[in-house]
Design a protein around this ligand. Structure first.
Ligand SMILES: NC(=O)c1ccc[n+]([C@@H]2O[C@H](COP(=O)([O-])OP(=O)(O)OC[C@H]3O[C@@H](n4cnc5c(N)ncnc54)[C@H](OP(=O)(O)O)[C@@H]3O)[C@@H](O)[C@H]2O)c1
Length: 260
């Protein structure tokens, strides 16, 4: 397929790269800033533009990887009648690009994407279309660069986006806090990597609920007190530690009470 990439951020860079590796032809990058657009265009051997009115009109598919807010405004500056146009947002309705083209939909990558990451990760794709006849076209295209492609309407996509925020964004923030704590206390964060990998690696083999360990799960108040004392100078971590502890204690007590 001939594909135009709209946007020059993380999703544009990664999906564009994967689409190209799958054998499609990237014909143009359209973005508001010349520098990142030119870099991607150079990597992909295609043209670029910072003007909406110069958007190539002959592509088979337009991948719009813009910020959620920009998606809502795109129809004011760009219309592509009859062209298939998909956005990449988890929390934005499929209908948002109808002012750009009636043949519009969604190709949402359920993955954390950063332009610089190599190799490209495996990316489940959640797809949708405003016109039912476009769904098989988007699906066939998506399957050329992902083994996991599923149809997901606005509600399901938003709920999966929320779940992704829990398992990825919140977890990674805890890594950031632990990393800072280790640095501050003169310890090596990399000692925790086998633990992190082991816990993540168990997912899919065991239910996460059965894998929870730690003082809050055991009701080990003495250790919790020692930890909290260590955190007197770390307000953020202390607040989260207390909140997680309460939630885990509540959860595991409830499980014990409801168990036969
Ligand atoms: N990154 C992820 O992990 C991820 C995963 C799944 C889905 N998504 C979704 O994919 C979309 C793109 O995300 P991203 O991570 O690629 O974001 P990003 O790296 O911040 O890139 C956003 C792109 O949108 C452009 N943009 C922002 N406001 C604009 C405006 N008013 N007019 C024109 N262009 C504008 C930016 O241009 P400038 O560079 O000039 O600011 C940039 O090219 C979002 O809807 C996001 O929710 C992201």
């Amino acid at each position: 397929m001939k594909v135009v990439i709209i946007g020059s951020g993380n999703v544009a860079a990664v999906l564009g790269g994967k689409i190209r590796l799958a054998g499609h032809t990237l014909v143009q990058v359209v973005a508001r800033r010349a520098e990142p657009a030119a870099l991607l265009a150079q990597e992909w051997g295609c043209g670029y533009s910072t003007r909406w009115d110069e958007t190539d009109r002959n592509a088979d598919l337009y991948l719009v990887a813009l910020s959620d807010r920009a998606l809502e405004e795109l129809g004011n500056v760009l219309t592509l009648p009859g062209r298939l146009v998909v956005h990449t947002a988890g929390a934005v309705a499929a209908s948002v690009l109808k002012p750009v083209s009636a043949r519009s939909g969604v190709l949402y990558p359920l993955q954390s994407l950063k332009a610089a990451i190599r190799p490209y990760p495996e990316i489940p794709l959640l797809i949708d279309a405003n016109q039912p006849e476009d769904l098989p076209v988007i699906e066939a295209f998506a399957r050329t660069f992902s083994p996991q492609v599923e149809r997901a309407g606005d509600d399901t996509r938003l709920k999966l986006h929320l779940s992704a925020t829990l398992v990825n964004n919140f977890t990674n923030y805890l890594y950031i806090l632990a990393d800072r704590f280790c640095q501050q206390e003169g310890m090596d964060f990399s000692l925790l990597l086998p633990l992190i990998h082991e816990t993540a690696g168990r997912l899919g083999r065991y239910p996460p609920e059965e894998m929870q360990t730690g003082p809050a799960t055991r009701g080990d108040g003495a250790t919790i007190e020692k930890h909290l004392k260590l955190l007197s100078n770390y307000k953020n971590i202390k607040e989260l530690y207390e909140l997680f502890t309460i939630k885990i204690e509540d959860d595991y007590q409830r499980t014990e009470i409801s168990a036969p």
